[in-house]
Design a protein around this ligand. Structure first.
Ligand code: SF4
Length: 375
C-alpha cells in the first residue's frame, strides 16, 4: 500500500490555488504535527502491519515549511509503525523558498525523491501566480537537492499562464531540460472557484487563455519533453526511463492508499470491502480528533470498475485489460464493447491486444472520454 501525508501549510496562498492549504503560525503547525503523529500511531494500530508500504508521499500545502525536526519526527513515526520496504519511494514536495538548508537533513532521514515547484522561469509569471520564490531560489534549491544526494528530482512547471507566449514557455521548458531532472510534471493553469484568479479573470472556470491556446501550449510542451528523452507516461507527467512516480502510478492503478493529515483521502480494505474515506477538512476538528472523518463509504463494484477505467486511461499505457479481467472476472469489452467501438470510431481511444488507451485526440477530449465509462 501507499501512504500520503498532507501538510496543509503555506507561507502565503498562491493566486490560483484551491488546495486545502494556507498560512498558520508556528504554534498551530506544532499542534498539527503532534496530531498527525497521533493519527499515524492510531491508524497503524487499527490496520496492523499486514500490507507492506511501497511509497510515502509528503504533499501539501508546502511540506518544506515545517522545521526539519518536525518532518523527521513524522517520517520516523511512519517507519516505526508501518512495514516500509527497503526500496520504498519516499517523496517530499518542496517550495524553493523554504527548502533551502533543509535538503541535506531530509535526504539523511530517508527521503529519496524531491518534488520542486518551479512553475516558471519568468519573474513576471511567478509574480502573477503569487509564488513566493524567484527563479534563482529555484535554481539554488535544485542544485541543493543534487548536492544533498537526491538522484530522483521532479520539477513542476505550469502552462497556459495568462500572457504566456510560446517563446516564454519554451524558455521555461528549456531551462528545466538543461537541469535534466528525472521527472517533470506540466500542468495547465485552470481557474478554480474561490481563488483570487477566479475574481480577476471574469468568474469562469477552466483555462483562462482559452481552450485552443491551452491545447497548443500543452502539445508544445509534450513535443519538447519527448524529443529530449522523457517518456510521456501520464497526461501531465513525464519521466526518464524508470523514474515514473511510483506513488502516482499506484494511485492510477488503484492500489490501496492511506492518507493521513487534514482532508487526506484513503482507499483501504475493511472487512472484505473497499472503503473510500476522507479526513475532516476542519483544522480545529482535526487537532481535537485526528481520526475524525468527513466522509466514508464502501465502494460498489461498479464504482471500482469505473475508477479502474478512467484512472487507467490517464496513463499513456492505458488500462491493462488482462489485469481488468483478473480483478473483475469479466472482460472490459463485455462491459463496454459499444462504448469502446464508438470511441474508437471517433479516433479517441486505441484498443490494443491487452490494453485500452487514449489517442492524442483522446487526450484533448479526456473528460468526454472518461464520462462515457460512467455506468
Ligand atoms: S504553495 Fe502550493 S499549496 Fe501552497 S498556495 Fe501555492 S500552490 Fe497552493
Amino acid at each position: 500500500m501507499e501512504i500520503y501525508i498532507h501538510i496543509p501549510f503555506c507561507e502565503k496562498k498562491c493566486n490560483y490555488c484551491d488546495f486545502l492549504s494556507g498560512p498558520a503560525d508556528p504554534k498551530v503547525r506544532q499542534l498539527y504535527v503532534n496530531a498527525l503523529v497521533n493519527e499515524i500511531r492510531e491508524r497503524a494500530a487499527k490496520i496492523g502491519r499486514g500490507e507492506k508500504v511501497t511509497t510515502i508521499y509528503f504533499g501539501g500545502g508546502t511540506p518544506s515549511i515545517l522545521e526539519t525536526e518536525q518532518t523527521g519526527a513524522i517520517l520516523a513515526t511512519l517507519f516505526e509503525e508501518f512495514d516500509v520496504t527497503d526500496d520504498a519511494e519516499i517523496t517530499i514536495e518542496v517550495n524553493p523558498k523554504s527548502a533551502g538548508g533543509k535538503l541535506q537533513f531530509l535526504r539523511g532521514v530517508g527521503f529519496n525523491r524531491v518534488s520542486i515547484g518551479m512553475q516558471s522561469a519568468h519573474a513576471e509569471e511567478l509574480e502573477l501566480l503569487g509564488r513566493i520564490h524567484t527563479h534563482d531560489d529555484f535554481l539554488k534549491c535544485f542544485w541543493g537537492a543534487r548536492e544533498a544526494g537526491f538522484n530522483n528530482i521532479s520539477v513542476d512547471i505550469m502552462t497556459a499562464i495568462p500572457g504566456q507566449t510560446e517563446e516564454m514557455l519554451a524558455e521555461t521548458v528549456n531551462t528545466v531540460l538543461r537541469l535534466s531532472p528525472e521527472h517533470i510534471s506540466a500542468y495547465s493553469l485552470m481557474i478554480e472557484k474561490g481563488t483570487p484568479f477566479y475574481e480577476r479573470f471574469g468568474e469562469t472556470e477552466g483555462p483562462v487563455v482559452g481552450e485552443e491556446t491551452e491545447r497548443r501550449l500543452y502539445w508544445m510542451t509534450v513535443d519538447m519533453l519527448k524529443s529530449h528523452g522523457y517518456r510521456h507516461y501520464e497526461i501531465s507527467n513525464f519521466a526518464k526511463p524508470d523514474f515514473e512516480s511510483r506513488h502516482n502510478m499506484g494511485y492510477w492503478k488503484r492500489e490501496h492508499y492511506l492518507g493521513m493529515g487534514l482532508g487526506a483521502s484513503s482507499c483501504m480494505p475493511e472487512d472484505g470491502a473497499e472503503v473510500r474515506s476522507r479526513n475532516t477538512t476542519s483544522i480545529e476538528a482535526y487537532l481535537k480528533d485526528p481520526l475524525a472523518r468527513e466522509e466514508s463509504s464502501i465502494l460498489t463494484r461498479d464504482e471500482m470498475i469505473e475508477e479502474t477505467v478512467y484512472l487507467g486511461l490517464r496513463m499513456m499505457d492505458g488500462v491493462d485489460t488482462d489485469d481488468f479481467q483478473k480483478k473483475f472476472g469479466v472482460t472490459l469489452r463485455s462491459l463496454y464493447g459499444d462504448t469502446i467501438d464508438d470511441l474508437s470510431a471517433q479516433g479517441l481511444v486505441y484498443e490494443g491486444s491487452s490494453s485500452l488507451s487514449l489517442t492524442d485526440m483522446g487526450i484533448d477530449y479526456g473528460n468526454h472520454v472518461f464520462a462515457q465509462f460512467l455506468r
